[in-house]
Ligand binder design. Structure first.
Ligand code: ISL
Length: 531
């Protein structure tokens, strides 16, 4: 019998296809590469694979600019390969999550090309947000909104009309008030559920609906002209009806700050679950992390949705780097700059402890590829940066390529095993010490981060009380957090910023993120205990 609530306690591995494994040696990761590594993923012990967009795309924003949802990007493979991959992964117990991007398409999408060709006032333009400009000769953008990537979110076409793009110029926003836009996305959902997808990750899920008047932004005015608008709930209810036909899961990437408004999407007739980004934005501090955990559990409980724990993804600074930065004080999107001093040894100790913490908390966990290897954020040479965020910041923000560097599978070779030896150089350069993080090396080392993840995931599978379910805080010394699962039989203790701590009496160590000191738990270390 299929477990329809698997997503409530799953560990979902995020595959950034372009950087995972390159089987054909063209420098870009591909589906054949993922297929070849299915044994690795099975052995790691995750439950599902979430593929960042693998569709046809000019890759102006790493694939979040889709030109055809029903085709695989030719540099990644074919639709047949995707179907085969979904089926074979499922045979190994790995479910597949696909990514859909309702807010926008690529400027190469046939709809947008047709809209450009058809000209101002045409029905083709109604699928997007085209407007005349303001000011003399319409030379100013139609409103004062700011792009999510920084700068003006409007681009003027040759015929004088402007089009809205909340992200890069090559990502025109769709008009969700248009029935064809709704219908098309419903068809796309069915297309991928019919091909075996177990769920859908919904990109920028809070942005798709817009105030049709596209008014200037006014601070504090509710509703916001383009964030978290009520129209979205109706859209996601129709998606849920489709997902339910397939027992499919809807996972929202929902940037909604107010926890109560966030939770409004998590309902039995809307989204099943959504990423919780609050946790990864917190400083390495007991009070900070505890308050994030308490708040997360508090707003999920009343709606009956499981919490989720995300330490990293393809948009944020790698965990070991984040936790190794003395000045890390919260969301780093806006604060990213070149040359930030980082203590990677410290960051790695903390990332190891954070892994055990997040895997012991109630709910589901998202694991971004390379986190299990402790990869650091890479500082990409300026002339190799591709991320539109870098360019829209005027070149001050390094952008997000530094967490998207092709994985090292072997200690040597021309691309550290990412592609065949002698194949094309990886699309993003790998740093000189990349081989020291290689899978091959970590597999042979019982103390590696990969070995820690494997063991933690193995234990988690054998502990039915982990994942979804209650937890109870235990008394702990200052700087230390301790909580029990499984009616008290399973305990996680993490020393965040305290003195070396005694372990609770009558407990046996199941797993530790680092060495204990004379039986005591040092700072930046977590332990799983059986009482
Ligand atoms: O990375 C961010 C900087 O502002 C986030 O706000 C990010 O833009 C937001 O999380 C939405 O991200 C998603 O949609 C983007 C894409 O670039 C990201 O990679 C994706 O995760 C546009 O499709």
């Amino acid at each position: 019998m299929s477990d329809t609530s698997w997503w409530r306690h799953a560990v979902i591995y995020q595959v950034y296809v372009r950087s995972f494994a390159d089987a054909d040696g063209n420098g870009t990761g591909d589906l054949a590469g993922v297929h070849a590594k299915l044994p690795y993923l099975t052995e790691l012990g995750v439950d599902a694979l979430w593929f960042t967009p693998w569709y046809r795309s000019p890759l102006a924003d790493g694939g979040y600019d889709v030109s055809d949802y029903r085709a695989i990007n030719p540099s990644f493979g074919s639709l047949e390969e995707a179907e085969k991959l979904i089926a074979e992964a499922r045979e190994r117990g790995l479910r597949t999550i696909v990514d859909v991007v309702p807010n926008h398409v690529s400027d190469q999408h046939p709809w947008f090309q047709a809209a450009l060709a058809a000209g101002p006032g045409s029905p083709e333009r109604e699928l997007f947000h085209f407007r005349p400009g303001r000011g003399p000769g319409g030379s100013l953008p139609p409103n004062d909104w700011v792009s999510e990537f920084g700068g003006v979110p409007w681009t003027r076409t040759d015929d004088g009309d402007w089009y809205l793009h909340l992200f890069a110029t090559g990502q025109p926003d769709l008009n969700w008030a248009h029935p064809r836009v709704r219908k098309e996305h419903e068809d796309v959902l069915r297309f991928w559920f019919d091909r075996g997808a177990a769920g859908v990750r919904i990109d920028s899920a809070a942005l798709a609906a817009k105030d049709p008047a596209l008014p200037d932004f006014e601070v504090g005015v509710d509703p916001h002209p383009f964030v978290d608008r009520d129209e979205l709930h109706d859209i996601y209810r129709s998606w849920r009806a489709i997902a339910d036909e397939y027992d499919g899961v809807l996972i929202g990437e929902l940037w909604v700050e107010d926890p109560e408004r966030f939770a409004r999407y998590l309902r039995s007739d809307e989204l099943h679950t959504a990423f919780n980004f609050d946790f990864l934005a917190r400083r390495w501090d007991t009070a900070e992390l505890r308050s994030s955990i308490d708040q997360t559990l508090a707003y999920h409980a009343p709606v009956g949705a499981p919490a989720t724990w995300v330490l990293c993804n393809h948009d944020v600074t790698r965990t070991v780097t984040r936790y190794g930065r003395a000045d890390f004080t919260g969301f780093d999107f806006e604060k990213k700059r070149f040359g930030i001093p980082t203590d990677l040894e410290l960051g790695t100790r903390r990332a190891r402890a954070a892994a055990l913490l997040s895997l012991a908390l109630p709910g589901a966990v998202y694991l971004y590829q390379g986190e299990e290897l402790g990869l650091p954020e890479v500082e990409i040479p300026k002339d190799r940066i591709e991320d539109p965020m870098h360019f829209r910041s005027g070149g001050t923000d390094p952008g997000r390529d530094g967490c998207r560097v092709p994985l090292p599978w072997s200690s040597g070779g021309s691309s550290y095993g990412f592609g065949p030896d002698g194949g094309a150089a990886p699309w993003m350069p790998q740093p000189a010490d990349w081989g020291s993080y290689a899978v091959e090396k970590q597999e042979a080392d019982p103390d590696s981060l990969l070995s820690l993840y494997r063991e933690a995931l193995r234990l988690r599978r054998g502990e039915p009380s982990l994942g979804d379910g209650p937890m109870r805080w235990l008394h702990a010394p200052e700087g230390v957090l301790a909580f029990a699962r499984d009616g008290g039989d399973f305990v996680c203790v993490i020393n965040i910023n305290g003195r070396p701590a005694e372990l609770p009496p009558h407990t046996a160590v199941l797993l530790a993120s680092g060495p204990l000191q004379g039986g005591r738990l040092p700072q930046d270390t977590a332990v799983w205990l059986r009482t």
